[in-house]
Design a protein around this ligand. Structure first.
Ligand code: SF4
Length: 328
């Protein structure tokens, strides 16, 4: 069946992925493959804007790629590659930077937030981040970018950059990407307060063993009003129940919904049930991951092949871009 368009999405190489990454991005990446030609990029250059120690960059890239593959990214259909393996992106970034007003970049809330987060490392790359992001998208002639509501302004900015380029050089070589609005669920960490994140150590890794997973689940924060086993709870405010709704069969969800409210089930029992269901859900993923990991060089091969296919598109785009700009 013909595909509806070309989707681009990128993610930083953060190593082994967790449930938040899975529900917030990977699951959607896998689903999009049915209808779209997908280009999925591990954006290692973007990572350099915030990390100074690159010792684990390669390993984190490979671990993440392994998770993507085990979760169902099909490398024979989708292009999966590492950003820096297609150096054309840096050339396009430079060219696009000439049509991007500096004032707009420094006024972006995300840039201001970064200054707050890393006042000792306010580098040029941070300012140019949205320009590099635009280069990522348009280099591969992607017409759709899946984003959550909070990311939509970034894509709007990318569209502005494309319009500026096409207007200045009287061309149509760059495609203005459309927003594919995607529901990105906010997945809370085991602390029940903050978004799940590795840096906060409130995460559950997809590739954790069943026993590690069970331990992490047992640490999950629940309804604070349930002090004693006999206190009734409120599943509506409990993150364990939220996760039951994602990973447990409906019968278990219904049972917890009733029994929690009348103290018919303890939190330990409830969490154990969730851990069992979660482990069952992740079983095929873990088996596939172990299979891939047992074949050394597989991930590298996939990424090499992806880079070659991505580069083929990139080279053609850059020929058109150079001609449009009038570079000698
Ligand atoms: S029984 Fe389950 S849903 Fe209810 S408070 Fe405890 S962990 Fe949360």
């Amino acid at each position: 069946m013909p595909k509806k368009g070309r989707v681009f999405s990128g993610a930083r190489p953060t190593g082994r992925q967790h449930l938040g990454n899975y529900l917030g991005a990977i699951k959607n990446y896998v689903a999009l493959q049915a209808d779209y030609e997908c280009v999925y990029c591990i954006v290692d250059l973007h990572a350099l804007t915030t990390i100074e120690d690159t010792e684990n960059l390669k390993q984190n890239t490979n671990e993440m790629a392994l998770d993507w593959l085990a979760a169902g990214i099909r490398p024979d259909e989708s292009i999966m590659f590492v950003q820096s393996h297609v150096p054309e992106v840096t050339e396009l970034h430079t060219i696009l930077s000439m049509v991007t007003p500096l004032g707009k970049l420094t006024e972006l809330p995300t840039f201001k937030e970064k200054i707050r987060q890393q006042p000792d490392n306010v580098n040029y790359g941070l300012v140019g981040y949205p320009v590099l992001m635009t280069a990522d998208i348009v280099l591969y002639k992607s017409n759709l970018v899946p984003v959550g509501i909070d990311q939509a302004p970034h894509l709007e900015f990318a569209r502005e950059i494309v319009r500026s380029f096409n207007y200045r050089y009287r061309t149509h070589v760059l495609i203005e990407p459309q927003i594919k609005m995607t529901e990105v669920p906010k997945v809370l960490g085991i602390d029940g307060k903050e978004k799940m994140s590795k840096s906060l150590n409130n995460h559950i890794e997809l590739a954790a063993t069943p026993e590690e997973t069970r331990k992490r689940v047992l640490e999950m924060f629940t309804d604070p009003a349930r002090v004693k086993r006999t206190d009734p709870g409120n599943p509506d405010i409990c993150n364990v129940f939220t996760m039951h709704k994602v990973f447990s069969p409906q019968a278990d969800v219904d049972m917890v919904n009733v029994e929690c409210r009348r103290a018919g089930i303890s939190c330990v029992e409830c969490k154990t049930l969730y851990a069992t269901n979660l482990n069952q859900h992740l079983g095929p993923f873990r088996a596939k991951r172990a299979e891939l990991a047992a074949m050394p060089g597989t991930v590298e091969e996939v990424l090499d092949d992806g880079a070659q296919r991505a580069r083929k598109i990139a080279r053609k785009t850059m020929e058109e871009v150079r001609a449009a700009v009038g570079l000698p």
